[in-house]
Design a protein around this ligand. Structure first.
Ligand code: CMC
Length: 431
């Protein structure tokens, strides 16, 4: 019996070819077309990768129709309720939840790497005081390879692991330093007896003049947001990291490319854009007008924080954030938070609107995350940076999985050429 259980028939070229179907553990199977060009001279066309699996992965599973998200098989709801961000990072990297000793060991290793080389601090001075922190992040993270080249042999699994640890550990330090640069305050050194999130809060908000103790509710909220943002299978930034890494580029450069991709408003930049949009809407009475604009195909305006390539159901991460928003807002914002009220009303109106219902457009993770960040006094231009800190654990897990995969090859898409056919050069004076 043939193991080719799909068939491509193309009568115009008198072509009939058997194709293998690769089965997934859960979720859609995939027709393997990797030898299609070699066997037939035909390419496939799928802009935006709507129907294309670019790799095998055992890290994260999403069922977009049911609103399910699993990290290494564990439901996001259980991880969000019971685990810590470093526990989740370990899970993403190594495939299993750590036991007590493993978690203590991992936390110690990450703590050991939280400082950045002193010379790196001078990089921040080169940026204008109001530079967007994501712009600083792309540059500074990319430059890490100039400092940590003792572990850049990507064929060496131990080197890969050290680089992964360094990135998870240093990202909060760099992120907080971006903020300190923006506000003109001295960079605060990490303090490793604090939790990952507590340490980040301290590096953000402490000054040399006063004692600082992170607030446990803020720490808990941050821990939750970081868990929810830690991974999301082959999204644009993770695919960017994989594509950059497929050429053998060093991991710091790959993560810098992921940060650049994350910045876009259709991806991680949406959390910042949601708050700007809510501010622009300003009042419940204006919602109908903006919903009408979002539906108007001649208007580029979209409801930020709505819709998702994979979820055609309520994003489970948004559901979790929405549920905890009240606790955080009660503690840190005015009990009557106008942005949250506006967001709740906007969601209610959009979810009853035929346009959004028909297209299965629901609030995504970014719809509510910015409201919590704002309550925690994290400035708007830092929202996507927060996303980047959390997503680093997913990026490095995917990068490590890819490099260790024997099927890994340089990522090199093809194209359908639409340009001029062969023609002769015309001398300047004849044009
Ligand atoms: N507001 C209004 N219409 C929308 C929206 C929206 N936010 N999102 C999608 N649509 C419409 C779109 O115009 C299209 O309509 P039609 O079929 O009439 O042409 C239809 O819904 C399908 O949209 P699409 O653009 O083909 O879907 P996509 O999978 O290419 O894009 C998306 C997904 C997330 C980029 C898009 O929904 C969007 O731009 N949302 C706003 C930005 C946002 O919130 N991004 C954060 C994503 S979650 C965090 C992350 O993973 O980065």
């Amino acid at each position: 019996m043939s193991d080719k259980n799909a068939k491509l028939i193309y009568p115009a070229a008198e072509l009939e070819i058997g194709l293998k179907v690769k089965k997934a553990v859960i979720g859609p199977s995939a027709v393997d077309i990797s030898t299609l060009y070699r066997d037939t001279g035909l390419l496939t066309y799928d802009p935006g990768f709507l129907s294309t699996a670019s790799c095998h992965s055992s890290i994260t599973y999403i069922d977009g129709d049911q609103g399910v998200l699993l990290y290494r098989g564990y439901p996001i709801e259980q991880l969000a309720e019971k685990s810590s961000f470093l526990e989740v990072s370990y899970l993403l990297l190594y495939g299993e939840l750590p036991n007590t000793a493993q978690l203590a060991d991992f936390s110690g290793i990450i703590g050991h790497h939280t400082m950045i080389n002193e010379a790196l601090k001078t990089f921040f001075d080169g940026f204008h005081y109001d530079a967007h922190p994501m712009a600083i992040m792309v540059g500074v993270v990319g430059s890490l390879s100039a400092f940590y080249h003792d572990s850049l042999d990507i064929q060496n699994p131990r080197h890969r692991e050290i680089s992964a640890h360094r990135m998870i550990a240093k990202m909060p330090t760099i992120a907080a330093a971006c903020f300190k640069h923006n506000v003109g305050e001295p960079i605060v050194y990490p303090q490793n007896n604090l939790s990952y999130c507590g340490n980040f809060l301290k590096m953000m908000f402490a000054t040399p003049c006063e004692e600082y103790q992170p607030d446990p509710i803020a720490e808990k909220a941050l821990n939750l947001l970081f868990i929810l943002h830690a991974d999301h299978e082959q999204n644009a930034s993770t695919s960017t990291v994989r594509l950059a890494g497929s050429s053998g580029a060093n991991p710091f450069a790959c993560i810098a490319s992921g940060i650049a991709s994350l910045w876009g408003p259709a991806h991680g930049g949406a959390n910042e854009a949601v708050l700007s949009m809510l501010e622009e809407i300003g009042d419940v009475s204006q919602i109908e007008k903006y919903v009408a604009r979002a539906k108007d195909k001649d208007d580029p305006f979209r409801l930020m924080g709505f819709g998702h390539r994979v979820y055609k159901h309520y994003d489970p991460r948004a559901r979790i954030i929405r549920a905890v928003s009240h606790e955080v807002l009660e503690k840190f914002a005015d009990s009557n938070n106008p942005m949250f009220e506006l967001a709740l009303r906007l969601e209610e109106i959009a979810l009853q609107d035929e346009y959004f219902v028909e297209r299965k457009l629901y609030p995504n993770v970014d719809f509510y995350s910015g409201i919590i960040y704002q309550a925690l006094k994290i400035p708007r231009n830092m929202f996507t940076v927060m996303f980047a800190i959390a997503r680093t654990s997913g990026w490095v897990a995917h990068w490590m999985e890819m490099i260790a995969d024997p099927a890994q090859r340089i990522g090199r898409p093809r194209q359908i050429y639409d340009g001029a056919p062969l023609r002769d050069y015309v001398p300047l004076d004849k044009r």
